[in-house]
Design a protein around this ligand. Structure first.
Ligand code: PLP
Length: 463
């Protein structure tokens, strides 16, 4: 792999932190803490590693924010971006215009998408893509002659972005509390969380039961009012919630039965993360719309969009103008970055590697962490993994003793990771990783050793 050897000059950390605290309003950050601790300044990346302004090397177990699939420092993406900026840095796709990289990428995405997808609508982010879904679903049903079918069903603890529609589709109570969300026309059902909610059931039975909540909700609202159901194949920000195998086929069956459109939000699971180009293929989802972002450019520049199935595309296109779009829809520079990113994924066979080699190896090595006294469950799917910290282990999964959430044990563990050069995210007591797809076997060993070391430190703290 060709990476960029550029090593930047080290900035004055304290001065930067002071400016940061004075001027930079960060996303999802508690600013009362930022002022007392100061931000960590990340200055460089190469492969699966980052460096901060103090020169400390960090293993990035989260691929940035679930996005740097091809790893950091790819000179060829930088060159593709540079070339496109020289040739045409911007033009829009409104009013019958187009540009070369946007067209080439659309054709490439149609080739990579599951069968029955020939069209893409571009956005600048995953949130905008989910807003697009809301508008497109409503437009579709209007054109079909069912203007009442505007309700979209989502799930609690889902994450679908931060715009008004994205945050409403999401099921994060902390987000709904700020600003009176969800907006009208979006309702939620439970998530398929076996560890939390499957007490006394097999995973298979629980999967069917959780899918049944969708049918119940459709009947409660009236099928003639429901336009779509949206879900992440695996809930990422909610804590890597991997559904039982029975869940998605049953959701698909229910959507078909009531003619409800099915939206797979693949912002995290797209572009190889689960060992398939799209997670929908792994779970047999067969959606009508697919949201993507992040991995399409490996986060090098912002790009998102919706893959639109032939069923929906035909109606929307036959309907004339869809009065929707963004200045940066089909941005030539972002599309050029995506084309090079996808070329790398194909050339290095990253999807196949995750499916056949590194994914199974991560599963095997991660499973070994289940023997640790603090770990209740350790599970993976492709290149996402999660483990639950528990106070007491037990032979039966649901008999394990939980920590009082007020103790913040997950954050204690995350603190040890942070101090020991490892990025792992805490969602309550669930510790999660989603490493760059380029991570090899030796690096998986290194990551698992680091995690084990930090679990030992956490155990010392809670004992
Ligand atoms: N959908 C999912 C599943 C996500 O995980 C995210 C971001 O993490 C989004 C949508 C929103 O994407 P963005 O942050 O690009 O708006």
């Amino acid at each position: 792999m060709t990476t960029n050897p550029v090593v930047p000059e080290m900035p004055d950390t304290l001065a930067l932190q002071a400016q940061d605290a004075a001027h930079y309003l960060h996303p999802f950050t508690d600013h009362t803490q930022l002022h007392s601790k100061g931000s960590r300044m990340i200055v460089r990346g190469d492969g699966i590693y980052l460096w901060d302004s103090e020169g400390k090397k960090i293993l990035d177990g989260m691929s940035g924010l679930w996005c740097v699939n091809v790893g950091y420092g790819r000179s060829s993406i930088a060159q593709a971006v540079h070339k496109q900026m020289d040739v045409l840095p911007f033009y829009n796709s409104f009013f019958n215009t187009s540009n070369v990289p946007a067209v080439q990428l659309a054709a490439k995405l149609a080739e990579l998408a599951p069968p029955g997808f020939q069209h893409v609508f571009y956005t600048g982010s995953g949130s905008e893509a989910n807003d697009t879904n809301v508008r497109m679903v409503r437009r579709y049903w209007d054109l079909m002659g069912y203007p009442d079918r505007h309700v979209i069903i989502s799930r609690r603890n889902a994450y679908h972005g931060s715009t008004m529609a994205g945050a409403s589709l999401g099921g994060m109570s902390g987000m709904h509390e700020q600003g009176g969300l969800p907006i009208p026309g979006i309702v939620h059902i439970g998530q398929p969380h076996y560890f939390d909610d499957g007490v006394g059931m097999t995973p298979e039975d629980f999967g069917l039961r959780a899918a049944g909540w969708l049918e119940k909700k459709i009947l409660e609202i009236g099928a003639d009012k429901v336009g779509a159901f949206i879900g992440e194949p695996i809930q990422g920000a909610g804590g890597v919630v991997i559904p039982p195998d029975t869940y998605w086929p049953e959701i698909r069956r229910i959507c078909r039965k009531y003619d409800v459109l099915l939206i797979a939000d693949e912002v995290i699971t797209g572009f190889g993360r689960l060992g398939r180009w799209f997670g929908s293929e792994l779970f047999g989802i067969e959606p009508d719309l697919i949201t993507f972002a992040k991995g399409v450019t490996s986060g090098y520049v912002p790009l998102g969009g919706v893959l639109v199935s032939d069923r929906v595309a035909k109606v929307v296109m036959d309907g004339g103008e869809f009065t929707h779009g963004f200045t940066y829809s089909g941005h030539p520079v972002a599309c050029a970055a995506a084309l090079e990113n996808i070329r790398i994924i194909e050339e290095e066979k990253l999807v196949e590697r995750v499916a056949e080699d590194t994914g199974p190896y991560l599963r095997q090595r991660f499973a070994s962490l289940a023997a640790h006294p603090l770990v209740g469950v350790a599970e993976t799917c492709g290149f996402v993994a999660g483990l639950n910290l528990v106070r007491g282990k037990a032979a039966r999964l649901h008999d394990q003793l939980r920590f009082d959430p007020a103790l913040g044990v997950g954050m204690v563990c995350r603190g040890h990771m942070f101090n020991n050069g490892m990025i792992m995210r805490a969602v309550g007591e669930r510790m999660i990783v989603a490493p760059p797809l380029v991570m090899g076997r030796a690096q998986i060993d290194e990551m698992v050793a680091l995690i084990r070391f930090c679990l030992d430190r956490t155990l010392e703290d809670v004992e």
